[in-house]
Design a protein around this ligand. Structure first.
Ligand code: ZN
Length: 106
């Protein structure tokens, strides 16, 4: 099933999330079904951008902002847990077809 958890659930307000950091264009929140026990934050653009390898030139500044927020969250997680995974999936490995970066720690 091709889904978009972020537009369908998070930005629609259907699934409440615990916000970690936000800017005008980017939201970082605690994963609703965390993979990592120590920390698992998802960083997403508020505007629909399909993936890390599929975005229009005019969205490049938003993608840069997503990376800047992921960097900030990764620094927070590293301060708390000693390290962090920073992961984004594309193609068949991308479950939700809306760009998102996972930042987490065991
Ligand atoms: Zn979307």
């Amino acid at each position: 099933m091709v889904g978009d958890f972020y537009c369908d659930e998070v930005f629609s307000g259907r699934t409440p999330v615990e916000v970690v950091h936000e800017t005008a264009d980017v939201l970082a929140f605690k994963h609703t079904r965390p993979h990592w026990a120590g920390a698992h934050v998802v960083v997403v653009p508020r505007r629909h951008i399909p993936s890390f390898i599929e975005f229009a030139e005019q969205d490049a500044t938003i993608v840069a902002e997503v990376l800047a927020v992921a960097r900030l969250v990764a620094a927070l997680v590293t301060a708390e847990r000693g390290g962090a995974h920073i992961v984004t999936n594309v193609g068949a490995y991308q479950e939700s077809k809306h760009l998102h970066i996972h930042v987490g720690a065991e």
